[in-house]
Design a protein around this ligand. Structure first.
Ligand SMILES: Cc1cc2nc3c(=O)[nH]c(=O)nc-3n(C[C@H](O)[C@H](O)[C@H](O)COP(=O)(O)OP(=O)(O)OC[C@H]3O[C@@H](n4cnc5c(N)ncnc54)[C@H](O)[C@@H]3O)c2cc1C
Length: 294
């Protein structure tokens, strides 16, 4: 398996976008079967550069996240990144998770603070980390890993000091050892371009800053997601969603919207695309085909 920093360097040299697909551990046995036997194999046809698997609140998916990562790496011979959060974990517990992951062949970790189970304010676990830069530092000390971090083109929802302060903290995570940034979902590309320019010009950050894109599949779902993460849904987009008769129409509209959004991002220099696949193959496949990336 490869380090994601090396994959990015290679794609950059070839002037090609680095494509990654994100999955979350399902809650049921049927969900596991559908993910591992249907959706992931379908998405592998698109030949992504790597995949990633999320980490549930409070380490609730600790085993399952590592199992899915291991299974994709072994079955598909594809580099797969493990997400890891600081929620309800001590430093030594996190070190244990990382040691186990490395034994299973993990080479890449997305270092996150995570959100508390059930929402609300983040609480630091005794002997744990308050912010994700501390997790980045710990991972860096472990060595033999490529480390990713999360970035927020509209500023993080809980950063009361505003987006520029939040971006300064992101720059700090990179200085602590993060090799690349994956962004929260956003729908206005101007937010991404301002974010990238600011990090480059004001903070000298040169690592890849990869847009995270969520293909819209349901009007209700996207309203809930954006409320939870604080991303804005621009008014014209809301109007277009409301003009759709049902979720099948929303899904087709979502494909068209993401295709246009990504075309502009790639044309204007985004180093890749991280798809929040929602464990489904249909929309991501259509968008990749539309962009000529399949
Ligand atoms: C690509 C991506 C993948 C994700 N995957 C998962 C997942 O698998 N599981 C999951 O639970 N969540 C996941 N999340 C959600 C993420 O955990 C939350 O958005 C969380 O609220 C913030 O995480 P962070 O790593 O950015 O936190 P941090 O970098 O720690 O930042 C959190 C807040 O603290 C502030 N801050 C940072 N440093 C300092 C400092 N030194 N002093 C004061 N304030 C500071 C920041 O401005 C921000 O407001 C993901 C998000 C993204 C974008």
């Amino acid at each position: 398996m490869r380090f994601i920093r090396d994959i990015h360097a290679e794609r950059h040299a070839e002037n090609k976008p680095c494509i990654s697909f994100e999955f979350f551990p399902p809650k049921t046995a049927e969900g596991d079967k559908a993910l591992l036997e249907k959706h992931i194999p379908a998405l592998m046809e698109l030949k992504p550069d790597y995949c990633s698997v999320t980490y549930g609140a409070g380490g609730s998916t600790k085993e399952k996240t590592a199992d899915i990562v291991e299974s994709v790496q072994n079955q598909h011979q594809l580099t797969t990144m493990m997400h890891l959060t600081c929620v309800e974990a001590t430093r030594s517990e996190l070190e244990g998770v990382v040691a186990d992951a490395k034994n299973r062949g993990v080479k890449n970790v997305l270092a996150l603070r995570g959100d508390p189970p059930g929402g609300g304010e983040f609480r630091v676990a005794e002997g744990g980390f308050e912010f994700s830069y501390q997790l980045v530092e710990m991972l860096k000390e472990q060595g033999d890993l490529s480390i990713g971090t999360a970035g927020f083109p509209e500023g993080h929802i809980h950063c009361t000091e505003g987006k520029y302060v939040d971006w300064e903290r992101l720059a700090n995570k990179v200085r602590c050892g993060a090799d690349f940034v994956i962004t929260q979902l956003f729908f206005d590309n101007a937010d991404y371009f301002e974010f990238v320019d600011h990090l480059r010009d004001k903070h000298g950050i040169t690592v890849p800053i990869v847009p995270g894109v969520l293909p819209i599949i349901s009007a209700g779902l996207i309203k809930r997601f954006t409320q939870l993460c604080g991303a804005k849904l621009p008014d014209p987009l809301v109007e277009q969603l409301e003009a759709c008769a049902n979720d099948d129409e929303v899904k087709e509209f979502g494909i068209e919207f993401a295709t246009k959004q990504l075309k502009e991002l790639i044309d204007r220099g985004a180093p890749g695309v991280h798809f929040y696949t929602l464990n489904k193959a249909y929309s991501t496949t259509k968008i990749m085909q539309n962009l000529g990336l399949a």
